[in-house]
Design a protein around this ligand. Structure first.
Ligand code: ATP
Ligand code: MG
Length: 605
């Protein structure tokens, strides 16, 4: 089986931030500025209890000027904190949104360029969940909790310094009564979260997949009367998600234990502080500073535990997103050395000289059609499309194609036939470079398809699949799905060149005809006509039509044949033929049986 890195349901959570760093690096200056301003805001707030403590001592000493000054300083600190915090939030949200925006773009780009078999190997709902929901959660965290997280972490550090410098004795007491139970509780929460949050995210992705599949298959489910079975499967997934979500909530319950720890610590500090002040070891102001700062510290730690809970949840989403990015990362560029073929000229191999290998579609006629040798050894492999010893399997050890060798010359018109499941569609996808062979090679103009630029490949080789997928919208929206920007004039010219103008004109709104949410308005054959018009605009060297197996009405069948005949000139055209009428017209027919070429035969006379 060709190598596809599969996504993990519960990917590794370790070093997520370090792994995400390459995606953040570009924004480090903006993030750094935001964090600095945020910490300044926090510092301002941390100094408030210190000044209040000093004001208490000044009050007890009857120092009115000092008291007023302290009051003014408190006011100034609060204003500074408010302004700095707002500023830092703006900076942080702006920088964070840029990071999330870049990640979203990257995911779209990676999914757009990922091999077809990667997409086929995963449930659509799982990819959807990672590419949309989990990025949205990341964005929500950046907007909502990230500023809090930085403030709180800064606050814990600054108030610890304030407490330590106010009274080391009370600080030691605080360390003894507060730190160990808090450390223990945090560990418990973290362990429980690490166990339950990834499982909850995986269960949610499964539920999304099942739900989106049921929507896609709704018509078939109703036809088959299988709605009940599907609903019970959906119910099973929903129940599984509910149990996982409940266990994740259970993890959060431990957080309440912090209240008890705080109560005990506050009582101990008040008693010890009172005794020390009564004995003149510290001033009343220091006790006030200590009590205020420690209350703030407790509530910061409390809030921090909640935000850390959110952080752990976001970390799961981030890990799943990074897993998707890793799995869809472009493979190392195929070096020129990897492009084998000793009889291939350098100009044909170099990706930048692809045009040199291009067949002039106006100059090459069907006279170039290759010989009948299936192995293709007696024709010039440097021209046309050639498969050499191609093997392919969808599942490890189950070959669908077994060492296929075949050559199609420039301008050749040929057919591939065979019973259902014999591997015709699979071969077509390999010949187009949509799948990479497990072993063997496919060459176009002598160059290995895997060495060619993907975008260039899509212009040189076009496959019209058995079931042409339509997007919601008009015929024009669907025709626009070709490389490059195409105008109405391009649509009209292509339709005209294929003899389809009358068909377009017969539609209620011509190119603006609404085809429905999934193109329901068109039959399988009419969808292939759309594919043919797109192909005419792309003007590829090789066109492969995987004939729709559904019965075509005579009118549509005629239009397809006519369009194909017009498209033939000057390019290689392969038809995966199902209908006897098509097979009869083919000048060369290759027959597949259980993934092997059995015969190459002329059509029935
Ligand atoms: N995406 C896939 N994942 C797993 N197995 C697949 C996949 N696509 C095809 N197969 C299997 O590979 C084999 C060849 O399928 P393929 O679609 O190439 O046959 P085909 O000759 O085009 O059939 P048909 O005439 O029905 O279109 C079949 O056994 C099929 O079940
Ligand atoms: Mg098929």
């Amino acid at each position: 089986m060709a190598d596809v890195r599969l996504l993990a349901e519960e990917p590794d959570q370790r070093h997520v931030l370090r792994r995400a760093w390459p995606h953040l690096r570009r924004h480090r200056a903006a993030m750094g500025a935001a964090v600095t301003v945020n910490l300044l805001a926090t510092l301002a707030l941390t100094l408030v209890p210190v000044v209040i403590g000093r004001a208490v001592d000044e009050l007890l000493d009857n120092d009115r000027t000092g008291l007023l000054t302290s009051a003014a300083v408190v006011f100034g600190l609060v204003i500074a904190r408010t302004l700095l915090l707002r500023w830092s939030e703006l900076l942080l949200v702006r920088a964070g949104e840029k990071v999330v925006h870049d990640l979203r773009d990257l995911v779209v780009e990676r999914l757009g360029g990922t091999p077809l078999r990667f997409l086929e190997a995963h449930r659509g709902g799982d990819l959807l969940q990672r590419a949309t929901v989990e990025i949205a959660e990341l964005a929500a965290f950046v907007r909502g909790q990230l500023p809090d997280l930085i403030s709180l972490a800064g606050y814990v550090v600054f108030s610890t310094i304030v407490l330590l410098t106010s009274s080391w004795q009370l600080f030691t007491l605080l360390l003894v009564v507060f730190a160990p139970p808090m450390w223990l509780l945090t560990r418990i929460v973290r362990r429980a979260a690490e166990r339950s949050y990834p499982a909850e995210a995986a269960a949610r992705a499964t539920l999304t997949s099942t739900f989106s599949e049921s929507l896609q298959a709704r018509e078939q489910l109703q036809i088959d009367g299988a709605t009940g079975t599907w609903l019970s499967r959906l119910g099973g997934d929903a129940g599984h998600y509910y149990r996982k979500a409940r266990s994740a909530q259970g993890a959060a319950t431990w957080i309440d234990g912090t209240w008890i720890v705080q109560g005990i610590a506050s009582a101990a500090l008040l008693i010890a502080g009172g005794i020390m002040a009564a004995n003149g070891m510290i001033s009343v102001g220091v006790v006030v500073t200590f009590m205020l700062a420690s209350r703030d510290l407790f509530s910061s730690v409390d809030d921090l535990t909640l935000v850390v809970g959110d952080l752990l949840e976001t970390r799961v989403g981030l890990a799943r997103l990074l897993d998707l990015l890793d799995a869809t990362a472009a493979p190392a560029a195929v070096s020129a050395a990897n492009v084998s073929g000793t009889n291939v000229g350098a100009a044909n191999v170099s990706g930048t000289n692809v045009s040199a290998a291009n067949v002039s579609r106006t100059n090459v006629g069907p006279t170039n059609v290759s010989g009948t040798n299936v192995s293709g050894t007696n024709v010039s492999e440097a021209n046309g499309l050639a498969a050499e010893g191609v093997t392919y399997s969808y599942r490890a050890g189950e070959h669908v194609l077994h060492g296929i060798s075949v050559h199609f010359g420039p301008g050749e018109h040929a057919g591939i036939v065979g019973e259902t499941g014999s591997g015709k569609t699979t071969l077509a996808k390999l010949l187009c470079g949509l799948y990479l062979p497990d072993s063997g090679t496919v060459r176009l103009g002598g160059a290995d398809l895997s060495a060619l630029d993907a975008a260039d490949l899509r212009k040189r080789l076009v496959l019209i699949p058995q079931q042409v997928h339509m997007i919601a919208g008009s015929l024009a929206d669907n025709l626009a799905l070709t490389p490059g920007r195409k105008t109405r004039a391009d649509f009209a010219n292509a339709a005209d060149a294929l003899g389809l103008t009358a068909w377009i004109d017969s539609l209620p709104d011509g190119f603006d005809t609404d085809l429905g949410r999934r193109g329901e308005r068109f039959s399988a054959g009419e969808r292939q006509l759309v594919g043919l018009v797109r192909a005419a605009m792309t003007d590829p060297e090789v066109l492969i039509l995987d004939e729709a197996t559904a019965d075509l009405d005579p009118g549509t069948a005629h239009r397809i044949e006519e369009a194909l005949a017009r498209l033939r000139a000057g390019r290689t055209v392969l038809v995966i033929a199902h209908r006897p009428a098509t097979i009869d017209r083919l000048p060369r027919v290759i027959r597949l049986h259980a993934g092997r070429i059995t015969t190459e035969e002329p059509p029935c006379p």
